[in-house]
Design a protein around this ligand. Sequence first.
Ligand SMILES: Nc1ncnc2c1ncn2[C@@H]1O[C@H](COP(=O)(O)OP(=O)(O)O)[C@@H](O)[C@H]1O
Ligand SMILES: [Mg+2]
Length: 289
Amino acid sequence: MEPTAKTTAPQTADACDCVSACFLQSNDNTLPSDVALDCQVEKIYYGDFLAVRDSYVPIRKNQITGFIGPSGCGKSTVLKSINRMNDLIRGFRFEGKVHFHGMDIYDKKIDPVSVRRNIGMVFQQPNPFALSIYENVAFGLRLNRYKGNMDEQVEKALRSAALWDEVKNKLKNNGLSLSGGQQQRLCIARAIATEPRVLLMDEPCSALDPIATRQIEELMIQLKERYTVAIVTHNMQQAVRVADQTAFFAVDISSGGRTGYLVEMSPTKQLFENPQQKLTKEYLHGDFS
Ligand SMILES: Nc1ncnc2c1ncn2[C@@H]1O[C@H](COP(=O)(O)OP(=O)(O)O)[C@@H](O)[C@H]1O
Ligand SMILES: [Mg+2]
C-alpha cells in the first residue's frame, strides 16, 4: 500500500526522538567496500502467500540498481522491504536479512523509522502533501528537528532535484499546483532533504510524459554521485539508460503458486547483451511480459 497521493501531510509520522545514531555513525566492515546495502531475501510472505523467495540483491554504492521483470514478480515487494515500508502492511513477513551499515535492518533493536530516514523512497504516483512547495521539502527536516538553516537546506534539496529554478519565485504555492514531472521532482527533493544514504524509487516515471521522464532520468544520474539509488522500472529501455546494475526477477509458477524470485543480476550492459539464463534471454526477446 503506497501513501495516498495528494493528501495532507501524514500526522502519524514519528517524532525524531529515536534517531538511531548508529546508522549515521557506524562504518560497515562486514560488506565488500562497494556494497551499500546487501539485501538477502529468503522468503517474503503476505499472509500465507509466498510472494518472493531466494533473492540476493547487493545494492552498490553510488550506482543505480534497476529491478526489472514481469508484473507481479515481486519488484516492489523487494524494494519496499529494503526500507521496511512493507512493515505497514498486515500479514507481511520478511525472512532474510538486509545488511546496512553493519546492521541487519530487520534486527529487533532497529527502529524502522530510522531505517526510512536513512533509506528514502519515491513512489509511482507523485504524492506531494497539500502544503506549500517550501513546506513539502522542509517536512522531514522539521520532523527531525533540524537545527541548521532551513532556507538553505530547502534550497539545496530543490537544487539537487533540479527544480529550484522553476520554483524559486513561488515557494509558497501549493505543491499540488505543479505539473506531474515537477511534483515528482518535488517528492525527490523531499526525500533527499534529510540526506538519506539510499534512495529507492518505485517506477518513478510511470505517471509522467516522455519529457518529464527524461528529466527524472537525468536527475537520477546526477543523484548517484551523492546517493545510492535503486529503481523499479517496467521499462527495459529505462534500465538500459540509467541503471549500472540490473536485477531481473521472474515468477515461478511450478508449484502452483506465483512466487517471484531473482533470476540473475549483473552490470546492465552484460545482462542485456549477454544474459546467463535462458529465462532472461526470453524476457529480453519479448517472449513473455
Ligand atoms: N499488500 C499486498 N497484499 C497481498 N499481496 C500482495 C500485496 N502487495 C503485493 N502482493 C502480491 O505480491 C506479488 C508481488 O507483487 P509486487 O511486488 O507488487 O510485484 P511487481 O512490483 O513486480 O509488479 C504479487 O502476486 C502481488 O499480488
Ligand atoms: Mg510494482
